[in-house]
Design a protein around this ligand. Sequence first.
Ligand SMILES: [Zn+2]
Ligand SMILES: [Zn+2]
Length: 316
Amino acid sequence: MQFDAELLLLAMAPVFLACIGWEAWHLRRTRPGAQLYSWRDTFCNAALALMQQAADKLAWLAIIPVYAFFYDHYRVTTWPATWVSFVVLFVAQDLLYYVFHRCSHRVRWLWAAHVVHHSSERMNFSTAFRQSLMYPIAGMWLFWIPLAVLGFPPKQIVAIVLINLGFQFFVHTQAVGKLGWLEYVFNTPSIHRVHHARNEHYIDRNYAGVLVIWDRLFGSYVEEDPHNAPLYGIVEPLHTYNPLKATFHEWASMAADFVSVRGWRNKLRALFAPPAWAADYHARRAASASAGVAASGGDTGIEENHTAAFQTPRRP
Ligand SMILES: [Zn+2]
Ligand SMILES: [Zn+2]
C-alpha cells in the first residue's frame, strides 16, 4: 500500500463540499423549516477543521518518529505489500479506533478533545469537520502504536488513520435513511446519528469508525428508533459558535475542577474519571451555590468563583 493518503483526502475535498451543498439543498426542499444547516454553525465547523488540520500536520512530525521507533525495535513481523496486509491493517486500526472512541467517552482527559465533535446541536455533513486541534495533546496517537508493533510502517499507519476518518465524513447526515444489510457490517448515517444523540436511550452508543461489528460484539450497539428522534449535542449546550471556545472549554473546566477539588484522588478523578463525575460535581456546586451553603460531599472543597467556567459534559 504505497500512496499518499493526505493527497487522497485533498482530492476528496471537492466531493466533501459537493455533498454539503447537495445535503443543504435537499434538506431545505424536503424538510423546510427544520433549519438543519446554519451558516454560523457551518463556518464554526470549517474553522475547527482548518485548525485541526494545521495542528495535525505539525503533530505527525513528532509522532511519526515514535512509530518508527516501535516499528524498528519491537515489531513482531514484517508484512509484504499485498492486499492481505492492507486488510489486516484496516481491520486492526478500525478495532483500535473503536477502543479510542469508547475511551474518549469514558475518560475525561480524552473527552476534553472529543467533546468538540459532539457540541453542535446540528447534524449534517459539515459536522464531520468539527474536530479538535487538541487530539495530539490528549494522546489519540498512542492508540495506533500497536500497529507499529504489529509490523506496519509509520506511513501506512498515518494513511489508514486518514482513510478511516475520511470514510466517517459520509455518516454525518440526516438525508440518508437505513441502508439494509449494510447496517450489520458498516457504520452508517443511521448508526452514527444515534452516536451524536443525547437521548437517554442513545447516549454513548455506537462508537464505530468504519465497521459496526465492534459495537455489536462488545455490547454498545443501539438501533435508531423512528419513534425516538435523536436530539443532537451535549447534555448542557455550549451556546457558542466561537471555535476557540469550542476547542478549549472542557480543558478550562477540567483545569478549574482539578484546582478546586481537595485531595489527590479527587484531582485524579477531575482528569480521568468519566465525564459524568464532572457533571455530578458541577450539579452539586450549582446546588450548593443556590442554597448559599457549603457544598455537600465535604472533600471536594468547592470554591464559588469557578461556576461560570463550567460546561457540563455529555453524560456517559
Ligand atoms: Zn464520539
Ligand atoms: Zn461523528
